[in-house]
Design a protein around this ligand. Structure first.
Ligand code: OGA
Ligand code: MN
Length: 287
């Protein structure tokens, strides 16, 4: 089946582009090259009006690389049956049990699964049901967040490593199998360079993971807290963001290496169902 050529239109925000002229069930090599370049240029891509089965979502995801298995749900279950690559983000309850993770509350700024040594380079969310209001997902441009730091702060953080907490997920839920600790020095996690070089673009960006239980390796706790607060205040300003107001059929692909994301809360009585895949990183985060 032939398609009109894929084309990316910048959102006008600090990052993100909408890709038009693509049916993700049928992406030829030329369109894929356009998509891949647009992704590196814009960090987050929105594809509207997609109609995808789980198999088709996985097939498109695999064009970007090998898939990571979904993290285990808060309840300790792994979803979907037969599709270990798919993580369901949903507040819906069916037959008395939640069908997915992360509820209906706010999700704080974070990047996915950075508590691992080899975090996924990309994630994508595909919207199956959306609430009438709320539940928007925001993205932050971490190249610009780095550039926007005062020179003195840039110099101060050069060479530092930060621990990415493995205790809590972005909804504040304790991850399955973890004994919670609120001492950032003791909490489980992985250290990564605070300033990373993107392996594909060569550009420098901040790599923060999430704020709760973060710890700058080797510093006294109070100093680590104060420095992290200062960096986070600079990095999470509104002018560095773009938000997607979801419609059913939206697929959003983001680069975990150079963005963070968050979600607005929504009415818990409304239903929101997203299916997520995550693509393995080929390299560990490097300074
Ligand atoms: C995620 C996530 C945001 C959302 O799936 O990794 O952070 O809007 N989801 O549901
Ligand atoms: Mn996330």
């Amino acid at each position: 089946m032939s398609q009109t050529p894929a084309r990316a239109i910048a959102t006008g925000g600090a990052l993100g582009a909408e890709v038009i002229g693509v049916d993700l069930r049928d992406v030829d090599d030329h369109s894929f090259r356009t998509i891949h370049k647009a992704w590196l240029d814009h960090l987050v891509l929105l594809f509207r009006g997609q109609i995808l089965s789980d198999d088709q979502l996985i097939a498109f995801s695999r064009r970007l690389g090998e898939l990571d298995l979904a993290p285990i749900q808060e309840t300790g279950r792994r979803f979907v049956e037969g599709y270990p690559e798919i993580y369901i983000v949903s507040n819906a309850i069916e037959n008395g049990a939640p069908i997915g993770s992360l509820g209906a509350g706010e999700l704080v700024w974070h990047t996915d699964m950075s508590y691992q040594e080899d975090p996924p380079k990309a994630s994508m969310l595909y919207a199956l049901e959306v609430p009438p209001e709320g539940g928007k997902t925001g993205f932050l441009n971490m190249y610009d967040a780095y550039q926007a730091l005062p020179l003195q702060l840039k110099e101060r953080i050069t060479g530092l490593w930060v621990k990415h907490d493995g205790t809590y997920n972005s909804g504040g839920y304790v991850r399955a199998g973890v004994t919670p600790s609120n001492d950032p020095r003791e909490a489980p996690g992985t250290i990564h360079p605070l300033v990373c070089t993107h392996p594909e673009t060569g550009r420098r960006c901040l790599y923060l993971g999430r704020r709760r239980n973060a710890y700058i390796d080797g510093l006294p706790l109070a100093e680590s807290e104060a420095l992290l607060d200062e960096i986070w205040a600079c990095a999470t300003r509104d002018e560095l963001t773009w938000y997607n107001d979801w419609r059913v059929g939206d697929l959003v692909l983001w680069d975990n290496r150079c963005t963070m994301h968050r979600r607005d809360p929504f009415d818990p009585a409304a239903r929101r169902i997203m299916h997520r895949t995550q693509i393995k990183g080929e390299t560990r985060p490097v300074a």
